[in-house]
Design a protein around this ligand. Structure first.
Ligand code: ADP
Length: 368
């Protein structure tokens, strides 16, 4: 196994800048997910690490060895693709053994490694089948088996679950996580799916337009997004954004919403942090899960603000229910318990958990 260090990585195709200066340090044994919208440069970055794409500028080190000009086969990496890339005429066992045979491993060693990987992946009974006799999920497991039998320094995953149906994707996600706990191979995983990123990653790298927006653990990214892009990208439904201005009220601060709606007092704990922005045009960010039903008793709690809303659309999800409504001219989403949700057109009091709010500079997109 090995760490990966990336310095000032650029990729330009003709005149298109696909990757514009990326620096990442990935520790030995770490599971890092590159996530971002389609076209943000994730696959290009991964392919440069694999050696499948030439580097325009910058350096990639695997285990302190500069690999810019090392052939893919000599980088000691394995790759799992969205299209499983299995040989259709070979059995699962032969597909998993193929790379080891090519590298001249002894038969017994190959057998031991394939049996062990098949055990990890729950495919021991399927080893004599060809890809055409396997389901999509089983084929992807064989493709992962083929990667791990090599015991590579680094395993690269390029959207490996995108071809599977939603239920299987969730199951495979858990299996990949369990597998990583067992084998601890340094892993770099590309996806556009923020839930996959949050659930799988030890650290997430959020990319946007060829650049890194933020690197952090799933908790850091969710609780302390550094930019509006990250705040809006992670979390489903997405964070609500409302244009606002900060005003002074007594010794404290209050948020006045530009599109109309109630004034929202800023919790005392946050006044010091936000007072430099008094009078400036800002964006208030608050997640749907931080606007919820009022407690049965006990009245207002510190840091919570009660607002009366008129429900527009109700979306039951089973475990909780999403309510859509307007505050001034902005559509807002709240996540409430299903047993308290009322119907469209009804008025309902909700609590906004202002301790969890974010204020964003609309010019720079920075979370303040
Ligand atoms: P992602 O994996 O995040 O969806 P990619 O890394 O595939 O994004 O692509 C990043 C950008 O580079 C996109 O604008 C894409 O159109 C462009 N791009 C990717 N591959 C090529 C190529 N072979 N030739 C020209 N442009 C490319």
């Amino acid at each position: 196994m090995a760490g990966v260090r990336i310095r000032g990585l650029h990729k330009t195709y003709n005149r298109t800048d696909a990757v514009c200066g990326i620096d990442i340090d990935i520790a030995d044994g770490e599971f890092v997910v590159l996530v971002g919208p389609s076209g943000c440069g994730k696959s290009t970055t991964l392919r440069m690490i694999a050696g499948l794409e030439e580097i325009t500028k910058g350096e990639i080190f695997i285990d302190d060895r500069l690999v810019n000009h090392v052939q893919p086969k000599d980088r000691d990496i394995a790759m799992v693709f969205q299209h499983y890339a299995l040989y259709p005429h070979l059995t699962a066992r032969e597909n998993m053994s193929f790379g080891l045979r090519m590298r001249g491993y002894a038969k017994d060693e190959i057998k031991t490694r394939v049996t062990e990987a098949a055990g990890f992946l729950n495919i021991a009974e399927l080893l004599d089948r060809r890809p055409g006799q396997l389901s999509g999920g089983e084929r992807q497991r064989v493709a992962m088996g083929r990667a791990i039998v090599r015991e590579p320094s680094v395993c690269l995953f390029d959207e490996p679950l995108s071809n599977l149906d939603a239920k299987l994707r969730v199951k495979m996600r858990t299996e990949i996580k369990r597998l990583h706990h067992k084998v601890k191979t340094t892993s770099i995983y590309v996806t556009h799916d923020q839930v996959e990123a949050m659930t799988l990653a030890e650290r997430i790298v959020i990319m946007n337009a060829g650049r890194i927006e933020q690197v952090g653990t799933p908790d850091e990214i969710y609780l302390h997004p550094k930019t509006k892009f990250v705040a809006g990208f992670i979390g489903s439904p997405a964070m609500n954004f409302l244009h606002c201005r900060l005003a002074k009220e007594g010794s404290g601060l209050t948020i006045s919403l530009i599109g109309g709606g109630p004034s929202l007092p800023v919790p005392t704990a946050l006044t010091g942090r936000y007072s430099p922005y008094l009078g400036k045009d800002l964006v208030l960010g608050i997640r749907p899960e931080h606007i919820k039903e009022c407690p049965d008793q006990g009245g207002a709690q510190a840091g919570f603000v009660e607002i009366d809303i008129k429900i527009d659309v109700v979306e039951p999800l089973g475990m909780d229910t999403l309510l859509y409504f307007s505050i001034g001219d902005t559509e807002v989403c709240a996540r409430v318990s299903p047993d308290v949700a009322r119907g469209p057109g009804e008025i309902m009091p909700l609590m906004a958990e202002m301790n969890k709010m974010h204020l964003i500079d609309p010019d720079t997109g920075t979370v303040l």
